[in-house]
Design a protein around this ligand. Structure first.
Ligand SMILES: CC(C)(COP(=O)(O)OP(=O)(O)OC[C@H]1O[C@@H](n2cnc3c(N)ncnc32)[C@H](O)[C@@H]1OP(=O)(O)O)[C@@H](O)C(=O)NCCC(=O)NCCS
Length: 197
């Protein structure tokens, strides 16, 4: 496994690695968990009806991870903690998604260059690792990775009800642009050494 980014917290080593074919089954297991499914597939709704309603979204996610080589503007990662696979992340170069950008970030539509703005997504798939500060660290690693990819803006679109996600973004210096739209400017390493706080 080739590691892309590493950080240490209380002697625990947290790392980002490129998503591989062997990770698809694990990702499917994680996305099926209620506390992830509700945010990844059904806008925070829970229950049987919501689960059925989210099936198409789940299929889209699985297609995306399986066919990732067809979409080089989408970066996928596995997070490891002390060598155990614990989570999944995604970074989408919005330049490669003009329709989505127009719908979700109309003020940026048509104004972005390739690699300039990356939208993040993340989850911790192993419950025993939740609420230990790792979500905040994962976002920190993702900011560094975006910087190395040359981005100057990172974004995330958590539901306002998703308190851990919103808090993890705020504590990483993201600012609320509007409901469900959090942003942080970073200094791209295209122009200087990466410095991300
Ligand atoms: C979002 C997620 C990655 C956060 O990771 P985490 O490791 O659990 O969060 P952290 O321990 O880093 O805590 C982040 C903040 O949320 C708070 N928090 C953590 N768990 C919480 C909970 N269950 N309820 C309320 N607040 C919580 C922490 O106190 C911290 O706040 P602080 O900055 O004020 O100290 C994780 O909850 C997750 O995978 N959720 C499911 C998938 C998901 O929602 N992904 C995001 C979609 S936008």
């Amino acid at each position: 496994m080739e590691f892309i980014k590493t950080t240490i917290m209380n002697d625990h080593k947290l790392r980002l690695a490129a998503f591989q074919d062997e990770d698809v089954a694990l990702f499917e297991e994680w996305i099926d968990k209620e506390y992830i499914y509700k945010w990844f597939c059904c806008d925070g709704k829970e229950g049987e009806q919501a689960r059925i309603g989210g099936l198409e979204e789940k299929r889209d996610w699985l297609d995306l991870v399986r066919e990732r080589e067809e979409n080089p503007h989408i970066h996928l990662y596995i997070v490891t903690c002390d060598g155990h696979k614990i989570g999944f992340c995604i970074g989408i170069d919005l330049f490669g998604e003009p329709k989505y950008t127009k719908d979700q970030y109309p003020d940026l539509s048509g104004k972005l260059s390739q690699g300039e703005a990356i939208e993040l997504g993340y989850c911790i798939g192993e419950e025993s690792y939740l609420s230990k500060g790792l979500g905040k660290l994962i976002i920190k690693l993702l900011k560094k990775e975006c910087c190395d990819l040359g981005a100057s803006l990172v974004l995330a679109d958590p539901s306002e009800e998703n308190v851990p996600s919103v808090k993890a973004l705020l504590s990483n210096g993201f600012e609320k642009y509007k409901d469900g739209d959090y942003r942080k400017q970073i200094v791209s390493n295209k122009t200087s050494t990466c410095s991300v706080v």
